[in-house]
Design a protein around this ligand. Structure first.
Ligand SMILES: Cc1ncc(COP(=O)(O)O)c(C=O)c1O
Length: 498
């Protein structure tokens, strides 16, 4: 034990931002916690989403607050003007885009993380071990080797970008980090499907490789990458002197949740010596569901996997993650020596490799804690069961759509995404989506499939049940009827009959 003991009774620092009166702060903080818990527990009593009244939006604008305010007043401002107009994805009627619902457990874990105020860029402290623990769990779930590395990031857009950078460095060598991508880099080509998320193309842009170097391979009727076309495109590119270096497969496409043939693509990448990355933003956590995990066959062969705990993992935003098979290649893409970040054998600067060696961020928050609490508290079996259930609910919605002559299914139902339309013009369907969102009954989003506008329901929230699906269908029929006077367009047969 060190004999130099600190005086723990030091006087209050005049410039400290700590409360003057801890009891008063404690009482208010307890009220905030209680009210936040109430708002989650009673979420069904509120509209899913409501438009921000113009008065609220305008009244919210204010000058830089030079003077102090009472915490109670600031909290009232939040309660009245911010909280009621949030996205709504805590609500079980939220089915737009691919948004997780979060949990009360994740919420309190986030509070604990803020209390520690840990910086997870590096250094030797237990919060980093929490992150490493999750890296280990992910290694184990995806059957990656001991040498694999992983890191929390904002979301899969960032994880995909980092995977492109790791693959780029792997293809060009680490000198490219010093000299730039040069002539060799200009010849690199990457491959993904037409159905891939737009962030893959953006990653190519940001990585300096250019979006034209991303070949978007055709998909089959189920939105899965055509592997024969992929093989042919790689051959054509090699023939003319390009250097294919990366294939990004989707495990759950954003539009309809399709999963590419990961095993066949892995095999092709192995034959061709190409980096195989899986965008599993939405679908990778299907690995937790015994019923769905077989759909991901081949994911264990990937060189890297991107996924989001904030979607099907139900961890509060944000909690994206990148897993890389070869941890050393991962490190070589980002690690950089700096005197002020020197690693030591002992003391607080021990514990290399640090997370800042594995990504672009130096200062990083403790995203791992809310994920650790979520995984431990619920257990992966229960989280997997929620995932299985959301897919069963999607099947229920599919059944409702197929049974209703006024509705048309627009794509096969994969995982938990259902795309359909009211049998009327695109403008009507567009209005229906906005009508439903503004009604507060549900919050679907939309997309375009083969040139046709689709109402899109992605069932991700663990709170959603059959009554929420029924409410969505009833709302589509009600608003569709109001906008068309009940006249429907019966030209296209239901997908099931085609
Ligand atoms: C397949 C896919 N990839 C990438 C992303 C982007 O993920 P994030 O929003 O976490 O950056 C999404 C988002 O929905 C997605 O569905």
């Amino acid at each position: 034990m060190n004999e130099i003991i600190r005086n723990t009774q030091s006087s209050v620092t005049p410039t400290s931002l700590d409360p003057q009166d801890w009891s008063e702060f404690r009482a208010l903080a307890h009220r905030m916690l209680d009210e936040t818990i109430d708002s989650i527990a009673n979420v069904r009593a509120r509209p899913v989403w409501q438009p921000i009244p113009e008065g609220v939006r305008a009244g919210f604008k204010a000058d830089v607050p030079r003077e102090a305010s009472d915490l109670a007043d600031v909290y009232r401002d939040f309660s009245e003007h911010v909280a009621p107009y949030a996205t709504g994805n805590v609500h079980p009627g939220f089915m737009g885009w691919v948004h997780g619902g979060g949990t009360a457990v994740g919420m309190v874990a986030e509070m604990l993380a803020a209390g520690l105020n840990a910086n997870l860029g590096g250094r030797d402290h237990m919060p980093i071990e929490v992150e490493r623990q999750i890296v280990d769990w992910m290694r184990s779930l995806f059957a990656f080797p001991e040498s694999a590395s992983g890191i929390f990031v904002t979301g899969t857009s960032m994880a995909n970008l980092m995977a492109v950078l790791v693959a780029r460095t792997s293809a060009l060598g680490t000198l490219a980090r010093q000299y730039g991508i040069g002539n060799d880099g200009a010849l690199l080509t990457a491959y993904t499907s037409q159905a891939a998320h737009g962030c893959v193309s953006r990653a190519m842009d940001i990585a300096g490789l250019g979006t034209d170097a991303l070949r978007k391979i055709d998909v089959d009727a189920g939105h899965r990458m055509d592997v024969a076309a992929l093989r042919a495109q790689i051959a054509i590119d090699r023939e003319v002197g390009f250097k294919p270096f990366l294939v990004v497969a989707s495990a759950g496409t954003v539009d309809i949740g399709a999963i590419d043939d990961l095993r066949a693509i892995a095999q092709l990448c192995r034959e061709e010596g190409i980096w195989f990355h899986v965008d599993g933003a939405f679908g990778a956590l299907a690995i937790l569901s015994p019923e769905l995990a077989p759909l991901l066959g081949g994911v264990e062969l990937a060189d890297s996997i991107a996924l989001d705990f904030h979607k099907w993992g139900q961890v509060p935003y944000d909690a994206g993650f990148l897993l890389v098979r070869d941890g050393e290649q991962h490190r070589q893409a980002f690690a950089q020596p700096a005197a002020y970040l020197r690693r030591e054998a002992r003391g607080l600067a021990a514990g290399a490799i640090w997370p800042c060696d594995l990504g672009p961020d130096l200062s990083r928050g403790f995203r791992a804690l809310k994920t650790w609490f979520t995984l431990k508290t619920f257990g992966t079996d229960r989280l997997g069961a929620a995932i299985t259930r959301s897919c069963a609910l999607a099947k229920y919605l599919e059944t409702r759509v197929l049974a209703e002559p006024r509705l048309e299914l627009l794509a096969p139902v994969n995982l938990s995404i259902v795309c359909f339309r009211y049998r009327a013009a695109e403008e009507v369907n567009r209005e229906i989506v906005a009508d439903i969102q503004e009604s507060g009954i549900a919050a679907p989003s939309s997309t375009t499939l083969d040139g046709r506008f689709a109402i899109r329901a992605a069932i991700v929230n663990h709170r959603t049940n059959e009554s929420d699906i029924d409410a969505l269908v009833a709302a589509v029929l009600e608003f569709g009827g109001r906008r068309t006077g009940g006249v429907i367009d019966v030209e296209a047969p239901p997908l099931a009959a085609q």
